[in-house]
Design a protein around this ligand. Structure first.
Ligand code: PSU
Ligand code: MN
Length: 304
């Protein structure tokens, strides 16, 4: 810690109480709210995910930077206004302190949410899908900072796999190189976000929340740094099958290329293209999988 310099940090009432009492807390990101889903579905998702975590006996901590203050847990009003903000920064490791230092409002990605969670002593985090290696990364070098963060920060990230708009085999290779365990919950096959199937075998598999908590505790006991990625397949009733998704994804990727989309804009652009192509069905699936991940994350948090 640097001398003399502090920074504005605040907790929601329920998160402060839960942390003080050592009760289970689950972190939630905010980029998915501001950049990943359109209003008002984004707010509905954010509220229902928080409620699922409460119903499962844990406390939700949605993380964001509001006017330069890092918030661990948002009060209802703050969440509602963030969901309607159209100019929030998309904040990853590279920009988290920038947003704080310059008084900005920023939504945290998986990477920045992990950093904030670790700072607050929160060990489990639920999201939709992590960022990863984009198609054509050998040319563009577009590899999400989420992967590096998983290798350095000890937070369990519960996802529905890497977003299927990504090059999943390359994403797995990078995670393996960085020493990040990828554990599929209850299946031998890695899920592909909107679809239960990817055609790719999961590196590891566990079948209950207690085993996941025990695995992470064992890593910590052995002095192994970093987090892990849990891939939780979307419920069957909510999935869009892999052959159907592949057609939509290819169309969205082609559109991104034609429009010269690059950098931070790639992921939000592809998600909104797929939303249009599927007439909103992709959003319903996205919301269903985040809820499903919130449930599992709460169970893991309670198992610690
Ligand atoms: N999961 C979703 N929707 C999203 C994201 C994840 O269901 O919008 C966000 C996360 O915040 C993730 C980010 O960290 O997309 C990845 O962006 P990039 O590829 O630019 O690193
Ligand atoms: Mn990127």
């Amino acid at each position: 810690m640097s001398q003399n310099v502090t920074f504005p940090l605040t907790y929601s009432t329920e998160v402060r109480a839960a942390l003080a009492d050592n009760k289970p807390v689950v972190a939630l990101e905010s980029t998915i709210i501001t950049h990943g889903m359109p209003w008002p579905g984004n707010l509905e998702m954010a509220n229902s995910v928080e409620n699922i975590i409460r119903e499962c006996g844990a406390v939700p901590a949605t993380i964001a930077v509001l006017d330069g203050t890092l918030h661990i847990g948002l009060e209802k009003q703050a969440l509602e206004s963030l969901a309607q903000t159209t100019d929030a920064m998309k904040v990853s490791r590279a920009d988290l302190a920038f947003a704080v230092a310059s008084g900005k409002t920023g939504a945290t990605t998986v990477a920045a949410t992990m950093m904030a969670a670790a700072l607050a002593g929160i060990r489990v985090f639920a999201t939709g899908g992590i960022g990863g290696v984009h198609f054509g990364a050998e040319e563009s070098f577009d590899i999400s900072a989420d992967l590096e963060e998983l290798s350095r920060t000890a937070v369990i990230v519960v996802s529905a796999g890497a977003k299927a708009i990504l090059d999943i085999p390359k994403t797995l290779e990078v995670l393996e190189t960085k020493g990040v365990p990828v554990v599929t919950f209850g299946s031998d096959e890695l899920p592909a976000f909107w679809s239960r199937q990817s055609g790719i075998r999961s590196p590891l598999r566990l079948d209950d929340a207690k085993q996941i908590a025990h695995f992470q505790q064992t890593r910590e006991a052995m002095g192994i740094n970093g987090g892990m990625l849990i891939a939780n397949p979307v419920p069957q009733a909510d999935e869009i099958s892999r052959p159907e998704m592949e057609i939509h994804i290819n169309q969205a990727l082609q559109s991104a290329q034609e429009h010269g989309i690059s950098g931070k804009k790639v992921t939000p652009y592809l998600l909104s293209e797929i939303f249009s192509i599927t007439n909103g069905k992709s959003l319903e699936t996205n919301i269903a999988l985040v809820k499903n991940n919130a449930r599992l994350a709460a169970q893991i948090a309670c198992a610690f």
